[in-house]
Design a protein around this ligand. Sequence first.
Ligand code: HEC
Length: 154
Amino acid sequence: MKKRSRARVRKKQKRALLFIVMGAIALVAIAAAAILSNLPQEGQAFTVEVIAAPLSQEGEAGAALFKMNCQVCHGPNAAGTKLGPPLIHDIYNPGHHSDEAFYLAAATGVRQHHWPYGDMPPQPQVAREEVSKIIRYIRELQEANGIVYKPHSM
Ligand code: HEC
């Protein structure tokens, strides 16, 4: 009798363990699907909807400079193209990519790391104070689209 009930308990424990394992696998699968569906496939444009923002004077100047130097890859309103990622994206919130990341990107380029587009070539034709204006433009657009500072935890 005692033996039998112990066996039953063990069976229940096994079943509970199986549920936990299956649950964990399901969670991992869901997380992977969510991450993959957010990544662009090769050669596929990954673009976002961007709400145009009222810009400051510096932001306007930055918009013009962006159009000349960055838009070909990052797209109109920095919404992304098949050559470069959207910058109006939570990845580029000021807590994850500070202004310094923009100065560096323009001065030395970017090694492919977040996306499958390849490297960003340096943009030496853009002076540092011009990059400042571009940053202002991007930050104003980001803010209008709900992308705000989040501490970098990853
Ligand atoms: C020839 C295409 C191209 C042009 C032109 C271009 N970019 Fe990029 N940029 C990219 C690509 C591709 C990436 C993504 C690299 C990655 O993370 O995989 C990128 C990434 C970035 C990043 C993220 C940097 C980081 O640390 O992850 C910033 C900021 C950026 N670009 C700003 C600019 C600015 C500002 C300009 C204009 C002065 C510009 N880009 C022009 C292709 C371009």
